[in-house]
Design a protein around this ligand. Structure first.
Ligand SMILES: [Mn+2]
Length: 389
């Protein structure tokens, strides 16, 4: 049994105001090519299909192109490729669910909610190969509140309990081969995965949203989504495949790939990556204006984050650099002066208590100090925040 593991497509994503439709379309085309070559039995997408809860028209078109591309290659191969998709925290469940009953008849399985009522189970797709059955359990993004109507669900406090509870009520046959598809913040032995800036908003708040890999370790493979840097969590059996494209400057230089998983007998597992090299990538450049202009020969077409280190003041550096670079994400200045200003700002902030910091913010915004009554309200809020932390 061979399948592709993808996640965090974020169709419709913009990078510092630049539309990434071209990159996303190229990724779809190259994935279709890879399917043609590898002939997998299934393609799994572990959440965050769309970037926004209300996807744009072009984002929806991309999903359609993705599904149509897979369908066309299925036809060519004369074998059906099962498409298994779950909702992530960025997806709107009702919107992603649109058409799913119809799509199921065409080998496209979209799960958007975890079980929420007593008689509901996780969506399970069973595929067959020479070694027997492989069960794919589809667990969309789950928050604690979603389970309150399930018997036994009302007392669940953490995402870890939620995931364990949902797996517990599935009666999984562990003698068979089982794959879990999930979109949560997983941690291996209390260690947080490597994160980057594009995962915002963070799911992980004060430990409540972290799920331990021990909750899922009995599965033969766990196809994870949510974290955007590709990585294994302690074992290649539990893996974040990462985004297809760098969705933040913090991912510049990261290798992005399609993860290919092959299951043989119960003990046999092969995991490898097909690297995806986009025509135009994200990179960080640092140096004096003259050097940066020189770098444009190599990186003029890329998405660039530029840090200028010139000590002399520069006149409208971004406007100037736009003659050399097609897509500038940001231009930062890092010299003796900018560092000093930054340090002074930090010093100012460190000297304030949260109360003082808010009071000064309030004054900046409203142009007046807080009344005694407002100060009381703020004190109550701060007390509560401290207690909760
Ligand atoms: Mn994501």
């Amino acid at each position: 049994m061979k399948f592709f593991h993808l996640s965090d497509l974020h169709f419709g994503k913009q990078l510092h105001g630049y539309d990434l439709v071209r990159e996303q379309r190229a990724f779809i085309e190259d994935t279709v090519q890879a399917v043609r070559k590898e002939q997998p039995d299934a393609v799994v997408v572990a959440g965050d299909i769309y970037d926004k809860a209300v996807p744009s028209g072009s984002a929806m078109t991309l999903l359609e192109e993705f599904l149509l591309g897979m369908d066309a290659v299925s036809e060519e191969m004369g074998k059906k490729i099962e498409m298994l998709l779950i909702a992530g925290n960025h997806d709107s469940a009702p919107r992603l669910r649109y058409g799913s009953t119809f799509l199921k008849r065409h080998h496209i399985h979209i799960a958007v909610f975890p079980p929420q009522e007593e008689e509901e189970q996780m969506q399970k797709v069973t595929l067959q190969d020479d070694f027997g059955e492989v069960n794919f359990y589809l667990l969309p993004y789950v928050s604690v509140g979603m389970l309150r109507l399930l018997p036994g669900g009302e007392n669940i406090q953490t995402a870890n309990d939620a995931v364990s509870f949902l797996i517990g009520r599935e009666e999984v046959d562990w003698t068979k081969r089982n794959v879990l598809v999930s979109h949560q913040f997983y941690m291996n032995g209390g260690k947080e995965p490597v994160q980057c800036d594009s995962e915002l908003p963070r799911l992980y708040v004060g430990g409540l949203d972290g799920v331990s890999t021990t909750a899922v370790e009995k599965f033969d493979y766990v196809a994870l989504g949510h974290i955007h840097s590709p990585q294994n969590l302690g074992t290649e059996r539990i893996r974040y495949c990462g985004t297809p494209f760098p969705y933040s400057v913090s991912e510049a230089g990261q290798d992005k790939s399609i993860t290919v998983v092959e299951l043989g007998t119960k003990e046999e597992l092969l995991v490898r990556q097909i690297l995806w090299k986009p025509e135009k990538s994200v990179c960080r450049l640092r140096g004096m204006m003259e050097e940066i202009v020189g770098d444009s020969k190599k990186h003029g077409r890329d998405y660039v984050s530029i840090t200028l280190t010139d000590e002399e003041p520069l006149d409208a550096p971004r406007d100037y650099l736009e003659h050399y670079y097609d897509s500038i994400l940001e231009v930062k200045i890092d010299n003796t002066r900018s560092r000093r200003v930054f340090e002074e700002e930090i010093m100012d902030m460190q000297e304030m208590t949260p109360f003082e910091a808010f009071a000064s913010f309030f004054e900046d915004i409203s142009g007046r100090g807080m009344t005694a009554q407002e100060e009381e309200v703020l004190k109550d809020i701060l007390e509560e925040v401290v207690l909760r932390c």
